[in-house]
Design a protein around this ligand. Structure first.
Ligand code: XMP
Length: 507
């Protein structure tokens, strides 16, 4: 077990960022609920209280076990975390005369230990209505802003440090220095690296699984690919991978999976051609949610059937990532409204009696990409853009047919090739086929074809996204190629909707 810093999540949209920044500094950090047991907290080297959307005066406002302040472990309270500290140690918190949102200048009154290395004036990121108006006993005021006289306070003796602003956000220029200062105060060991992670995990998987057998559903995406490769390194031939070819993949994807896993790594891989089954099941279906359900269920049914043929298999390998585990656990993170029912290839078939092996459950996506690179997976896999479990089916508005799949697949390939060639700034880019038709003219003749929508977004986390400002020359090239090369398409439109209000996919 590495040394660890615990981040108590009070619901701020930046809680994940704190954890990531600490990890980027080579220290293991974990996001936990505010009621995480004190017996576990005391095993940490440092504790950070995140910000949060609540006001301390409101009913049900989150608190923390008071004993945490007496553990002698360094504490950093951020925003709500600062107010909570003040409140619980008998200071005073009140609504400020003015709220502070966005870039705000602070004056460093005393650098102390936590602001060490910072100059007098600092630009910080603020997002608060309440503020501390009276510090608890033993604290000194280390910073103020125009509307917030106590924008930071510390009690070096008790090793408690508090900031009203957010050091984890890039807009806080000195944020990295501040988090570094905190890490130094905790004296935590910096032993979080992806290389370490790989060697420890492989050893642990080997010890856990012994001579048992494991099965993994490869989806074509990076998560299941990296998870499978790690397990393969640990148990070799005792791992079998199953790839269900739904016929809903992008151009060349199935071939690439076979090449990467079967030929290059020599992993046991069964490729199941289920194209017909998927097309048949989708016949006449136009409702997006029905499509998603049908695809998800059929996938699981096929996976169950095929894995039963393997004989006795005790373990199911899944590429679950850290944010997935957090979103589904109570107390940490928020339960988002169901906008779309997501299906991930490799989603757990509930009825099967497997033990679950999730080697990536501590990692963020960018960490998984690093692990993939260190495991020598090809670049086009480790830097691949996201692709939804239901595949191209949700990029055909209306009924899915084999012909329409071909159209959208060809258009998608052109978009991908051109955007990658131009190295355009977009993290996800795709084609959508619409069921309507419009009149056009090609080679002096009238056409009556379908339009293709080009969708490209810039985004950090896919939760929100901006439409990408692709340049006109690139858009023109894409449009010309699609209308010339994809027979049946006579019009190309560009989607200029951000998320919200749109989503990335059209269904
Ligand atoms: P939306 O359309 O909700 O998509 O803005 C956000 C991100 O999620 C991907 N997506 C999915 N991924 N299974 C997945 O594994 C799904 O069912 C699914 N639906 C959408 C989408 O491609 C985008 O990256």
């Amino acid at each position: 077990m590495s040394d660890i810093i615990y981040v108590l999540d009070f619901g701020s949209q930046y809680s994940h960022l704190i954890t990531r920044r600490i990890r980027e500094a080579g220290v293991l950090a974990e996001l936990v609920a505010p009621d995480f047991p004190i017996s576990k907290l005391e095993q940490g080297k440092g504790i950070i209280f995140s910000g949060g959307p609540q006001n301390l005066s409101e009913k049900g406002a989150l608190r923390v076990d008071k004993r945490v302040f007496d553990l002698g472990i360094p504490i950093l309270g951020i925003c709500y975390g600062m107010q909570l500290t003040a409140f619980m140690l008998k200071g005073k918190v009140k609504a400020g005369k003015k709220s502070e949102y966005g870039s705000t200048e602070i004056i460093v009154k005393k650098t102390g230990k936590i602001l060490k290395g910072l100059s007098l004036k600092q630009i910080t990121w603020m997002s608060h209505g309440d503020q501390v108006v009276k510090m608890p006993k033993g604290f000194v005021n280390i910073a103020n802003s125009k509307n917030c006289p106590i924008a930071g306070m510390e009690n070096a003796k008790r090793k408690i440090y508090c900031l009203q602003f957010h050091p984890e956000v890039k807009h806080t220029a000195g944020g990295k220095t501040i988090l570094e200062n905190f890490i130094k105060i905790t004296k935590v060991k910096r032993n979080w690296s992806m290389q370490n992670f790989i060697s420890i995990s492989i050893k642990n998987i080997r010890a856990l699984i012994g001579n048992d057998r494991a099965v993994c559903a490869l989806s074509g995406g990076i998560d299941s690919a990296v998870a499978a490769t790690m397990v393969y390194k640990a148990i070799g031939k005792n791992l079998t991978c199953i790839y269900v070819d739904t016929g809903l993949m992008r151009a060349g994807e199935t071939e690439q999976i076979i090449k990467t896993f079967k030929q290059y790594q020599k992993i046991n891989l069964y490729v199941i051609n289920a194209r017909k089954q998927f097309i048949n099941k989708l016949k006449g279906i136009t409702d997006p949610e029905r499509k998603r359900k049908i695809i998800g269920e059929l996938f699981i049914r096929i996976f169950e059937k095929e894995s039963k043929k393997l004989g006795k298999v005790q373990w199911l390998v899944q590429g679950t990532l850290y944010p997935d585990t957090i979103e589904s656990s109570k107390g940490v993170g928020k339960h988002a409204a169901v906008i779309k029912s997501h299906h991930n290839a490799g989603g757990l078939p509930e009825k099967i009696n497997f033990k679950l092996l999730e080697p990536l459950r501590e990692l963020y996506k960018d960490e998984v990409r690093k692990v993939g690179k260190l495991l020598n997976l090809p670049d086009n896999l480790t830097s691949r853009q996201p692709f939804p479990g239901p595949g191209l089916a949700i990029r055909i508005v209306g009924e899915v047919t084999a012909e329409k799949l071909e159209l959208v697949r060809k258009a998608d390939k052109i978009i991908c090739d051109e955007i990658e060639l131009a190295k355009a700034d977009t993290q996800q880019y795709l084609a959508v086929l619409l069921p309507i038709r419009s009149v056009g003219v090609q080679g002096d003749a009238r056409t009556y074809g379908h339009p293709i929508v080009v969708r490209a977004v810039t985004t950090a986390d896919l939760m929100t996204a901006h439409w990408a400002k692709l340049n006109y020359a690139l858009l023109e090239k894409i449009s010309t190629r699609i209308t010339n090369e994809v027979k049946g398409i006579n019009r190309v439109v560009y989607d200029i909707t951000s998320k919200p209000p749109g989503t990335v996919e059209w269904e």
